[in-house]
Design a protein around this ligand. Structure first.
Ligand SMILES: [Zn+2]
Length: 226
């Protein structure tokens, strides 16, 4: 019990520290900690990051800068639209299993180009389904199995983010901001679903996963609760 309590405390303390760093960054008071020569030398023998961040590759959203962290603080994995593949899973599993991070932050952001693409491609797919289907009943049938349609799509973006757009729209959350929030939630679900290591660490209370979204205008990270 004491062990579990400590891990949760560590994860919460890490997350608070990251959010404090984000506040400094958003206010234009970044301290750029742990980026000096001494820190670099100190870290040559190994790394012991507190958190892993899985975020979009967007050049405006580098986790170390927006959380005002330094060398050795964050283990980062980034892909466009934080889409998941085997390399992402393996990288995060390394962070959990070997580096013992107590926190994974899944970070989406405003005006995400990957999700804009997913929206456009989903619209095009819907149009072709409706126009090719023989009557509205058949179209409804196909739409009922949209997840299968998307899973079989040639487009990586549609396979990875199409359901996020669809789910958001089904819940009448039509704006891109909401789609981005839904996509973070689905990304977390999918990580847990696909990784035994992550599932086990969560079950053992050795890991906490948080969802967040970075706002380009304010520079602030919005904490998402699902
Ligand atoms: Zn993006």
């Amino acid at each position: 019990m004491a062990q579990e309590f400590t891990q949760e405390t560590t994860a919460n303390a890490t997350w608070s520290r990251m959010l404090q760093g984000n506040r400094r960054f958003a206010e234009g008071k970044a301290e750029h900690p742990w980026q000096d020569k001494e820190t670099r030398h100190m870290l040559t023998d190994g790394q012991n990051p507190d958190a892993a961040v899985f975020s979009c590759s967007d050049s405006r959203v580098p986790p170390e800068i927006i959380f005002d962290q330094g060398l050795g603080d964050l283990f980062t994995v980034r892909t466009a639209g934080q889409m998941i593949d085997d390399a992402v899973i393996a990288s995060l599993e390394y962070a959990v299993k070997k580096l013992h991070v107590s926190l994974i932050c899944v970070l989406g952001h405003g005006r995400c180009g990957a999700l804009e693409t997913a929206e456009r491609e989903l619209d095009a797919l819907m149009e072709s389904i409706t126009s090719e289907a023989d009557g509205s009943l058949e179209a409804a049938d196909i739409l009922d199995n949209l997840d299968e349609q998307l899973a079989q799509s040639d487009s990586i973006v549609l396979r990875q983010a199409g359901m996020s757009v669809w789910q958001a729209r089904e819940a009448e959350l039509d704006c891109l901001d909401d789609i981005e929030r839904v996509h973070v939630a689905r990304t977390i679900e999918s990580l847990v679903d696909r990784s035994e290591v992550i599932r086990q660490a969560l079950a053992d209370e050795k890991l906490m996963i948080v969802g967040a979204r970075y706002q380009l205008d304010s520079g602030k990270v919005e904490v998402l609760s699902f």
